[in-house]
Write a new protein. Structure first.
Length: 175
């Protein structure tokens, strides 16, 4: 088990904007009736961005220790070890932000995300962080995230560089 880094409600302003930008990109790819899987949902703050109350989007947050004060009937939080492949329910959009670098074996998480029916949105830091951040197990460089997802079923739709976060966001579309 890897100890999580969590963004909590105490983080505001510019420090929070980069984190929320990822969720806003993913939200733009949802439609009413969708189910969104948020792998490594942390405190669950992404639920209100991905599936605002009344939007018709269902949110399923999974984490080793999900914590949420959100009380919305379309939001569900479940304790899951992301190093074990799982398909909790059918889902249309999968997100996982700043998670892959934490897992000693990230292949089960990649396989779970690839269970999405339409979109995967993921991000990783693209500067060396192993040895700097005690929670990180892998380093990535720009473009390497796509190598984890692109195959006969998934194509790279868009890449977004986040200089303020030293991260890369990959948006992948099911073919």
């Amino acid at each position: 088990m890897v100890a999580p880094e969590r963004l909590n409600d105490d983080v505001t302003g510019p420090e929070r904007y980069g984190h929320e930008a990822r969720y806003l990109i993913a939200h733009g790819l949802t439609i009413p009736g969708d189910t969104v899987l948020d792998a490594a949902c942390g405190t669950g703050y992404g639920a209100t961005i991905l599936a605002p109350h009344g939007s018709g989007v269902h949110y399923f947050g999974i984490d080793i220790k999900p914590v949420s004060a959100h009380t919305c009937p379309t939001h569900r939080f479940v304790n899951v070890d992301l190093q074990e492949q799982m398909t909790p329910i059918p889902f249309d959009v999968a997100v996982s932000f700043e998670t892959i670098e934490h897992l000693p074996d990230y292949l089960p998480l990649i396989a779970t995300l690839k269970s999405a029916r339409r979109w995967i949105i993921a991000s990783v830091p693209v500067v060396p962080t192993v040895g700097v951040n005690p929670f990180h197990r892998h380093d990535f460089v720009p473009g390497q995230l796509a190598e984890l997802f692109v195959d006969d079923e998934w194509e790279l739709f868009q890449t977004v560089q986040q200089p303020s976060e030293v991260s890369e966001i990959g948006v992948f579309r099911h073919r």
